[in-house]
Design a protein around this ligand. Structure first.
Ligand code: NAD
Ligand code: ZN
Length: 249
């Protein structure tokens, strides 16, 4: 039936004919840059569930354990490079087709690829903030201490990311929903679609009349509502669709 090829052609047509394209991305778009997704992470940390580490309770109980997990993840993120899927979105923005990237990722790879309008819903793993005062700092490398302390007040520093059970940054969330209501096509790449409230954004876009393109090697939360379902990895998608669109990534 040529399902995938036909799906790619339909996706290319939707992108070309869109007047307001918005992307919504998750950990899967960075998987081929070497950053493990939450569902399916391996190695040393296999015995822990991210839901048991990325929480304020875990940090209060055992900040050393949480910091050592984050330092492991920071090391990976700091040496990771954007892949063709990140670059595709940057090129589409440069051409005026893509208006914004809404991301659940904390790895900064969209900006590293050249995307300008990036709405970060879950913060950044390249930044720390003090748990007591307003101190924030961009990092150039993972902290060397086991328990990094605030240079201004001496309290513990934490990664400036949103943990399970914490509210999302209000402004970013509002902006994301505004973009979702404006877009006529939403390109969803590499998310399971189970972490709320971010997961509702494509559903909201769809309810507002947008067409959804869903790129994921596995079925996910949007499989039933997507207009085009592309069961493939992000990089393969980027390489194939860019050829159809006549652009280089
Ligand atoms: P998730 O781990 O729940 O799901 C990852 C999804 O990506 C899955 O649906 C999987 O099938 C898909 N996937 C795996 N490899 C892929 C590939 N090569 N191409 C395309 N898709 C692929 O991730 P999520 O939906 O982003 O939600 C989990 C939370 O984890 C997010 O809120 C985010 O903050 C955090 N997180 C971020 C990073 C990052 O910044 N890179 C990494 C891990 C987790
Ligand atoms: Zn402080």
């Amino acid at each position: 039936m040529g399902g995938l090829e036909e799906g790619l052609r339909r996706a290319a047509r939707l992108i070309e004919e869109s007047s307001y394209l918005v992307a919504f991305t998750g950990a899967g778009i960075s998987a081929e840059s070497g950053i493990p997704t939450f569902r399916g992470a391996g190695g040393l940390w296999k015995k822990y569930r991210p839901e048991d580490l990325a929480t304020p309770e875990a940090f209060a109980r055992n900040p050393r354990l949480v910091w050592s997990w984050y330092k492991w993840r920071m090391n990976i993120v700091f040496s990771a490079k954007p892949n063709p899927a990140h670059r595709l979105l940057a090129v589409l923005e440069e051409r005026g087709v893509l208006k914004a990237v809404i991301t659940q990722n904390v790895d900064n790879l969209h900006r590293a690829a050249g995307s300008k309008r990036v709405i970060e819903l879950h913060g950044s793993i390249r930044r720390v903030r003090c748990i007591a005062c307003g101190f924030k700092e961009e990092l150039r490398e993972p902290p060397s201490e086991d328990l990094p302390k605030c240079p201004s007040c001496g309290s513990l520093l934490r990664p400036d990311v949103v943990w399970f059970g914490e509210p999302l940054p209000g402004e970013a969330l509002e902006e994301a929903f505004r973009e979702a209501s404006r877009c006529d096509v939403m390109l969803v790449v590499g998310t399971s679609g189970v972490v709320e409230p971010a997961a509702s954004i494509p559903v909201y876009a769809k309810a507002g009349g947008a067409a959804l393109i869903n790129v994921n090697p596995e079925p996910n939360a949007y499989t039933g509502i997507a207009d085009v379902e592309l069961r493939m990895k992000a990089v393969e998608f980027a390489l194939k669709i860019s050829r159809l669109l006549g652009i280089e990534v």
